[in-house]
Every structure is written in structure tokens, then in C-alpha cells.
Design a binder for this molecule. Sequence first.
Ligand code: DAH
Length: 334
Amino acid sequence: MTTSLNELETQLVALKEEATKAIAPADTLEQLEQLRVSYLGKKGQLSQVLRGMGKLSPEDRPRIGALANEVKEALQEKLEQKRQDLQKAQIEAQLAAETLDVTMPGVYHPQGRIHPVNSIIDRALDIFVGLGYTVATGTEMETDYYNFEALNFLPDHPARDMQDTMYLPDGNLLRTHTSTVQIHYMEENDPPIRIVAPGRCYRRDTVDATHAAVFHQIELLAVDEGLTFTDLKGTLKEFVQAMFGEELPIRFRASYFPFTEPSAEVDVQWKGEWLEVLGCGMVDPNVIKSVGYDPEVYTGFAAGLGVERFAMKMYEIDDIRRLYSSDLRFLRQF
Ligand code: DAH
């Protein structure tokens, strides 16, 4: 009996040693689980050793039982410790792999800008929409009728000359101003009318620092019963103030346009300088008549603004050609 007791004790101590040695180098959680099953599992080595307990005398059993428990607990503790170590290492490895390297060069996302021409158009439209105007558009290709005749240009008016207008081979032309939209809109709508019409225009101008063959205008038209020059003045004053962000001295200079009578040019005093900002006037009764309205009932006012000129003044651009050079160093400034 004593030999058997000693044998079991030796086996248990050997088992503990062996298991301890096996657990130490385990480097995955799966390996660790395999070790647990093989030493402490139901059919594991500890159970096998304990099977020998049956041969022991009842007095010896508690001693072996106590030793077996001690071995079991010691191994469980080692397994648990190892499990924690492995888990910690696993998390650390994962964190290291997922770490952001903040010193890496960033990815460049080119950012667009609003072109100065569009920015002026957007601002002007916002202001007029705020005053109750509707945005209207027309086409860039036009007939002589909409560009000239309906706007009261006499047949021999110099602006019709080939020098100024780009004619197309089919006899149509590229509109020289946005005043064309006045006629189209009035033909299709009844008064009262309040529209603002931005758009591209074309002229056979020699291109230089202040002239472009392709440019933009914003047209304004109001037609109603009883509109007077005072309404025009008030509207334009409001516009200029909103556009420049402050109340500026403003003056109306008598001028001439075929489609307005009287006509004026508007100057604004800005940074100590008088700037000509737009042309305007009361819609000529001939224009009112040409769209079939009764000039005895309806009066109107109109205005036209050169967008590029405005942009050049407001953003202090010295050469109109820069606006179309597609030079990003220039465009990124706005
Ligand atoms: N159409 C004119 C031009 O191109 C600008 C203009 C002047 C428009 C007076 C108007 C206006 O509506 O009333 O030079």
C-alpha cells in the first residue's frame, strides 16, 4: 500500500512539473486549450492518475486527494496566468498593427473654388431674388429680331454692324447682350413682371485687358402699371448697397440705349473712385408694344450689368483675361 501511495504522489508531482514545463512555452490560446484538455480534462492525465486512488486504503485517500487538488489548482492557475498573458499580447499586437501613423504624408484632396464670375452672379441673383425677382434665362444663339429689332434698334444702328456681332453662317447670331431675355419673357408672360437674367454674351471685340469676346451680363426687368424712374432708382440703390455691403454715393448719368427712354448709366463711388457699374432706363414704349402690351397701361424699367467688370473692381483684378486663363494659382485666391 505504501508503495502505491508514494507512487501516486511521485506521479502527481511529476505531472505538475511536466505540465508546468509544457505550459510555459505555449504561444497560442489554442495550444493552451489543448494543454488544458490533455492535463486537466475529463480524460486527461490528472484523471488517469487519480484512477489509481481506488487501490489506496481509505486513510491514504485524503492525502492524495489533497495533493491532487493542489496540483490541479496550481495548474489551473498557471493556465489562467498564461491565458491572460497570451490575450494581452494578442491585443497589443492588434493595436500595434492598427495604429495610425500620424507622421505619414496626407492624401491631397484638391478643393474647388467658386469662380469670381460665378460668385458675382450668385450674389446679384440672391439680392434680386430677395427683392422679389424671378431668375430667367435665354439662349446664347439668337435671331436678329430678339437681339435687335424687338429692342428698338433701328435697322442702321451701328451695333448691328459685323464689327460687333458674331453672326452664324445660317443668319442667326450669338447674343450681344442679355436684353434678349426681356423680349422672350414678356412674350410668354403677362405683367406684372420682375425678372433677373444672368448669361453669357458675345461680341467681336478685340481682346485686351478690359475687353473679352465672351463675357457675362445680368439683366433686370420690371414691368407693371405705374412704375416710374423712382422705382428704378430705389431698386438699384438697394442692389448696390447690398452688393458692396455699405451705403455708397451713387449717381445716374444720362445716357442712350435704344430700348430705354430715358436711359442712364449708374456710377458708384467706391474707395475714392467713381465706378461705372451698370446701364439702365425706363423700358421704351416701342419695346412694350413689340411684345403686345399696351404702353398706355404698362411702364417698366430695365438694367444691365457687366459681370466681369464688376468682378474686376470688387476683387481688384487688373486684366479681364485672367478670369479665363484657368490658372489655378490665380483662381485659388478667391
Ligand atoms: N444691353 C446693354 C448692353 O449690353 C446693357 C443695358 C443697358 C441693359 C440698359 C439694360 C438697360 O436693360 O436698361 O450694353
